[in-house]
Ligand binder design. Structure first.
Ligand code: SF4
Length: 213
């Protein structure tokens, strides 16, 4: 298992490799960013960005979405996976925001996750990106990279990964670290065929060495 300083050094190397790393979801308001983040589950940010402009134009506010039927939403997002469920989630999120938070997207973990079908990862992304509140969202890329590099045990849960990374990484670096790990996982330590032979982290990566040799 990597020590705190080894984790931080590894993430700094990822940031050096991908200095442009940042959110790639496009949204003009906090409400729309929340919707985009919900839509990004098991879909790429690029595919989400392709469907959201007309969706956002049709539903500019939570109030405008609150009485929509999921069937009204589906035509906008049918190119995304799980679009039946996602259409329901968007309407429920709007209903929760209007009913319980006077139409404003809340900005605590407890409140955000009180919205139907908003989980910890979505809430962490919204807290960090929209409200500048330190958070360390753990998605599929962050999980894979953390496990392969031995930042956590191979069977660590998402919550355990979040906890370990928050312990090791200084708070003011959490969001940058999250972005760096996502880009590193997306383009270097890919789910299939990770580029281990050209990876600067190979010397500290047992998974990579087992993969290469
Ligand atoms: Fe990922 Fe391979 Fe690099 Fe390890 S050596 S971090 S498995 S790309």
């Amino acid at each position: 298992m990597l020590t705190d300083s080894e984790i931080v050094n590894a993430i700094h190397q990822m940031r050096a490799m991908f200095p442009e790393a940042g959110t790639t979801l496009k949204a003009d308001t906090t409400f729309h960013f929340l919707l985009a983040t919900i839509l990004s589950a098991q879909s790429t940010d690029k595919s989400v960005n392709m469907v959201t402009p007309p969706l956002f134009a049709r539903y500019p506010t939570p109030e405008s979405l609150v009485s929509a039927e999921p069937e009204d939403i589906e035509p906008f997002i049918q190119s995304l996976g799980l679009y039946h469920n996602k259409a329901k989630y968007l309407v429920k999120a709007a209903q929760g925001i209007v009913t319980n938070f006077n139409g404003e997207v809340p900005h605590t973990m407890k409140e955000l996750t009180s919205l139907a079908d908003v989980g910890r990862k979505v809430a962490n992304v919204v807290l960090a990106e929209c409200f500048n509140i330190p958070a360390f969202p753990v998605d599929t890329h962050v999980s894979r990279v953390a496990r392969r590099l031995g930042m956590v045990k191979p069977n660590a849960t998402v919550l355990q990964i979040e906890k370990r990374l928050k312990e090791a990484v200084p708070k003011d670096e959490w969001l940058d670290a999250h972005h760096a790990m996502i880009f590193f996982g997306r383009y270097q330590c890919t789910a299939k065929n990770p580029k281990c032979t050209k990876c600067p982290l190979l010397p500290i990566c047992k998974y990579g060495r087992d993969n290469v040799f």
